[in-house]
Design a protein around this ligand. Sequence first.
Ligand SMILES: Cc1ncc(COP(=O)(O)O)c(C=O)c1O
Length: 476
Amino acid sequence: MADGTHDGTHDGTHDGTDTASSIERAVKPYRGVYPTFDRIPPHGVPREEVLRMMREMRDRERPRWADGYASGSVYHGDPGHIDFLNEVYAVNSQANPLHADLWPSTVKFEAEIVAMTADLLGGVPGVCGTVTSGGTESILLAMKVYRDRAYERGIERPEMVVPSTAHAAFDKAADYFRIRKVTVPVGADGRADVDATAAAITRDTAVVVGSAPCFPNGLVDPIEELAALAAAHDVGFHTDACLGGFVLPWAERLGVPVPPFDFRVPGVTSMSADTHKYGYSAKGTSVVLYRDAELRHRQYYRTASWAGGLYFSPTLAGSRPGALSAQCWAALVTIGQDGYLDATRRILDAAARVKEGIRSVEGLRVVGDPLWNVAFVSDDDAVDVYRVLDVMGHRGWSLNGLQDPPSVHLCVTLRHTAPGVVERFVHDLEASVAEVRADPAAGGSMAPIYGMAAMAETQGAVEELLEAYVDMLFTP
Ligand SMILES: Cc1ncc(COP(=O)(O)O)c(C=O)c1O
């Protein structure tokens, strides 16, 4: 789970019930503290009271992400930036781009967000796209486009060829849109395997995928080679740059060796790039780009025969929050190229220190040589990396557990560039590894669950646990 299920307390030995209740306490800390509303209150709660409760919750939750205890999650987070984006949101709070005539301001913002992103990711004429709600939606839409094109080409059961490190959004797209997902295990270097990908392409392939970089280990797939394969078979190639779209171009300009990954690579036909990550917009925006308008047309929904009138919507949602697009645009234009370059320089510097720190911890090994999303494995049989994840959780850290291989990552953001944060991470990591070495049963919330997830025969049980977890989230 990537959303921080640790409650910061160490409750000693664990059985299944302990684990379930500690996970529940972590995400339901307000039960009994604030009134629970399971029906609309008969009389409205005073606004000041609602604001008071929310401010208390914010103040309780803020330190963990603001002080750099979280992997990814909040990518900028400086108070001045947040206050500005909040003001922009307030100015635009009623806007809905579904009604372009009422809010031409949102129309301007969205067109320019797409143009600025296309310019950043290769500046190739003809590249076009739309604003979406996040990386997952960008990926879902691109996969739907290729599925529909495959149908038009007479392919009855379209397939997507995807490296095993690609984001779960591709699994979701396969599930939602009935596309067969052909998962290709990555090579020993943790990057997509070009030969294995070539072998996986069939007459039913609609699209091949690569990440720049991928979520688990932060490594950039060999996009040039993969895209060339796709082009040779006349199928689409999607670069998932949700994580890297607003970092790699700046890293390249800073002189860091960045393998080609964007529209400058001839076979790349679409990309996803998340403004709400390193674009430093608030959550709820991403961009999906296509090499040409013909591909983008397959994304649109339009109907001329609806009783409600002529209707179109470019993305999954109908009505959309124009205020989110406004604050995304405002983030891009106020930060500017110099701001992004500076942010990237600071992130890469912090990440270099994170890598060095992890390498200094006996028994741990960094996976490959990532730029800023740093995964590590344990080479020491006495140190279960998921126990380290748990013990780091007790120290307040919200890191990401990963599988194949069992590993953990810290995705470095501007939150980690403040003085002392990287040093605290390395110190806590060293202490956590020592704690697990001394007591192999230390920690305990997530380690047993990851243990079950690693075995095919218990994966189903873990998926049921995830279902129960979501049910619990939606129980007041
Ligand atoms: C490489 C990559 N792709 C896609 C996504 C999905 O993005 P979102 O959570 O915005 O839907 C992520 C999220 O971390 C990611 O790292």
